[in-house]
Design a protein around this ligand. Structure first.
Ligand SMILES: O=C1C[C@@](O)(C(=O)O)C[C@@H](O)[C@@H]1O
Length: 755
């Protein structure tokens, strides 16, 4: 550390060219401390992190651009973290272009798009809707994907999401299927534009948003509306929706026989619309079961990274869940589906129980089948809507109409579950230090969410004294404990040392650790789970032994058959912040600098950087314990001017790309210096992606040496603690109450609108 201080005290050196021989010279490492256990770049999926970024499609991305739109190619390249080349035709693209993003003008691309080498390249038609023309039909049909965008405003986040998803670097479906309950909101707007102002509030509690394409009404210009909205109109509506929500979209063309407006005389039209939705990178495609098999099969085979939701609705009033027909419907649906949806009108309340029996029978009989989402319609069927756990359709009071008879909102579903004793009132706590509360006050937001979601729970912030981690157990060891977040998080050892009750859980084995908590060692979320049949053997403390302040309404002793899971949400907050405007591939194989006073502050950062497949982390200000280094990319501590110089002079993608600081305000000149040192643009031929700075310490304060300001002046894209806190809040709500609250709503509720 002394050496670092000395280094930091000296003036900023000019970049010195260092020969590659010197970089590879192992004798040069005599003055550096390697904290890692291995120096192999972490480039393989360890399988440790579910939903973490994947390498995905490694073909060369060729971006077809319209007249005067070549800039969009550079933006694609920046987002992917690659350099750009322009070419004259698809056949000019060859293996030498691997690692580049290729731009191709529309007129030239049209010539040989059909003959392109599909093993080598992936073709993306980028079309600017502001120019008033629909996309070129030939290119729309023949390119693999189509990105529709507005020039002003240009929504980079939308591009990052589109390209990460279509190239398979992200997988929202696997993340959603890991949730115990999922909901989607069926929007019924004739024009998505009308939904936009309320979208944040409308989507609280939803895991996905359905666009009912059949309900869209495209003005024809003569005061009337087209019978079917045109593809170019639908494309713009999808674009508008995607620009305003980070939630996955479900694209639905509901037919007239199933309570929709899409005509049924031409099944090929369904293919045309649904396949185009795949090309637009829509996450879920609703494919009705009545469609001819060859269409359903083709859509399933060509779905890319989109997921197919097979849909069956029976409005006859004669459908019976115990019938062979119901089972046949399931068997037929599952053939070409990632999710099977079955929805029927019933006449008797008992039929809700028949559906529950059907659900469990299907699960037992077809354990490898896609998940089943099944509900009954009408008021009588509402009970089944509270019991379905896979993609339950929901509505919201702010929508113009409900999408189907008997639809309920999340708040109504939760209210009903609470009345039925399925969602008992629990106490949740924000256990924080005074300093953390002032940086990112989360408490009012939790209360607001509980209200909005109709959850019966109570939330309270409890303050833990600085440097005193004792007393946490008092909040957890009570019958109605629902869960807690710790802000800041504490190390597993510290919690256990000062709160011995936790060690008595699980028959003395202690609380269960999630994979993230295990890898990071810092706990910021305590989740309550009903135990499996094996029984946790959790030990309740009798009142006489109970130490600490009793929470209002609390009864000492953890409820029987519950277990506690120690988890970490902040690494996901960091990961989501870093990938908001960039695809994960922008980070793959590159290096980072992490500044912190303690390894504990850096631990979640390491885990996020590992998920991003970064190849090396330079550290400043702390030593990395070997346990932490094992779960991180190789680490080198900056301890001397030479080690810093070396890192700065690397003439390729190994020069630090990300700087993450957890150093407080008093250390902002150290951070500022690092930013200036590493802020220069890369050498020619490297990517133009702006380097990234993340300030985890405190919100931007507009003072002169504010690291955020220095970072922006030094050419970085900068994010602050509030960004991470909002994403972390989203994650901790998911972990604690199983409900999704969009990031944009968190930002809105904390007083900063994102749009
Ligand atoms: O399939 C469904 C389910 C639904 O029909 C319902 O019953 O809530 C509503 C539709 O918008 C959606 O596509």
């Amino acid at each position: 550390m002394a050496a670092v201080q000395q280094l930091l005290a000296s003036p900023s050196p000019a970049p010195a060219p260092v020969s590659s021989q010197r970089i590879n010279d192992t004798s040069a490492s005599a003055d550096m401390e390697i904290d890692s256990t291995s120096n192999d770049p972490v480039m393989i999926d360890s399988g440790l992190m579910k939903g973490a970024p994947q390498t995905g499609d490694s073909r060369i991305a060729v971006i077809v651009y319209g007249q005067g739109q070549e800039n969009v190619v550079s933006v694609f390249a920046e987002v992917l973290g690659k350099p750009v080349k322009l070419k004259r035709s698809f056949k000019d693209v060859d293996h030498e272009d691997e690692g580049f993003v290729i731009g191709l003008a529309l007129q030239e691309a049209k010539q040989d798009v059909e003959d392109r080498d599909q093993q080598l390249l992936v073709a993306i038609n980028a079309h600017c809707v502001n120019l008033g023309m629909p996309p070129d039909l030939h290119l729309s049909i023949h390119c693999d994907y189509e990105f529709l965008y507005t020039e002003t405003p240009f929504c980079r986040r939308d591009l990052a999401r589109f390209i990460s998803f279509t190239l398979g670097q992200t997988s929202p479906h696997s993340q959603l299927m890991a949730k115990p309950r999922t909901f989607f909101i069926s929007t019924t707007f004739p024009d998505v534009q009308a939904a936009l102002p309320n979208l944040d509030i409308l989507t609280v509690g939803a895991d996905a948003v359905e666009i009912r394409v059949d309900l869209l009404r495209e003005p024809r210009g003569d005061g009337a509306f087209s019978d079917i909205p045109s593809l170019s109109y639908v494309g713009q509506q999808v674009m508008l929706l995607r620009q305003r929500t980070e939630l996955p979209i479900i694209f639905t063309t509901r037919c007239t026989k199933e309570n929709g407006k899409f005509p049924m005389d031409n099944p090929d039209l369904y293919y045309e619309y649904l396949y185009r939705a795949v090309q637009w990178g829509v996450e879920y495609i609703d494919v009705e079961l009545w469609l001819p098999e060859h269409i359903r099969k083709k859509l399933y085979e060509k779905r890319g990274n989109s997921r197919i939701m097979s849909a069956f609705h029976d409005f006859s009033g004669t459908f019976k869940w115990p019938s062979q027909y119901a089972q046949d419907v399931f068997v037929k649906s599952r053939q070409y589906a990632d999710i099977v949806k079955m929805i029927a009108i019933i006449n008797d309340h008992n039929e809700n129980f028949e559906l529950e029996y059907f659900r469990s029978k299907i699960r037992a009989q077809y354990p490898d089948a896609p998940p089943l989402s099944a509900v009954n319609m009408g008021e009588i069927g509402q009970f089944s809507r509270t019991l379905n756990t896979v993609f339950s359709p929901i509505t919201h009071p702010l929508l113009p109409i409900i999408a189907a008879p008997g639809q309920m909102s999340t708040a109504e579903i939760n209210g009903a579950l609470a009345l039925l004793g399925q969602l008992p009132k629990k106490y949740f706590y924000g256990i924080s230090s005074a300093a953390a509360r002032s940086i990112a006050p989360r408490a009012p937001f939790y209360e607001k969410c509980f209200n909005e979601l109709g959850l019966p729970h109570q939330f309270a912030v409890v303050e833990r004294q600085h440097n005193n981690p004792a007393g946490i157990q008092s909040w957890c060891n009570q019958r109605d404990f629902g869960g807690a977040y710790l802000d800041p998080g504490l190390s597993y050892q510290t919690i256990l040392k000062h709160n011995p009750w936790f060690s008595t859980l699980n028959n003395g084995q202690g609380p269960t650790l999630s994979e993230a908590a295990q890898g990071i060692g810092i706990i910021d979320t305590i989740v309550v789970k009903p135990s499996g049949s094996s029984g946790s053997g959790s030990t309740s403390t009798p009142p006489s032994q109970y130490s600490g302040t009793m929470p209002p309404g609390g009864q000492p002793g953890l409820a029987p058959n519950t277990s506690l899971i120690f988890d970490n949400a902040s690494w996901r907050g960091i990961l989501s912040t870093l990938t908001r405007d960039l695809a994960p591939s922008a980070y793959f194989g590159r290096t980072a600098v992490v500044l912190a006073l303690t390894a504990d502050d850096a631990a979640p950062v390491f885990f996020a950087l590992k998920a991003l497949k970064m190849s090396k982390i330079y550290t400043v200000g702390f030593r990395t314990p070997s346990g932490l280094a094992r779960n991180a990319p190789p680490i080198e501590q900056f301890i001397s001017m030479e080690s810093l110089q070396r890192a700065r002079s690397v003439a390729d993608n190994r020069a630090p790309f990300v700087i993450i600081s957890a150093l407080g305000r008093g250390k902002s000149n150290i951070v500022g210096m690092m930013l200036r040192v590493f802020g220069e643009a890369g050498p020619p031929g490297s990517s133009n992606t702006k380097k990234v700075f993340l300030n985890l310490a405190e919100a931007a304060s507009q003072q002169k040496n504010d690291p955020i300001v220095v970072a922006e002046q030094s050419g970085f894209t900068a994010y602050d603690a509030a960004d991470v806190a909002a994403f972390t809040t989203v994650e901790s709500l998911r972990l604690l109450v199983g409900q999704n609250v969009p990031y944009s709503f968190v930002r809105l509720a904390s007083g900063r609108n994102l749009f």
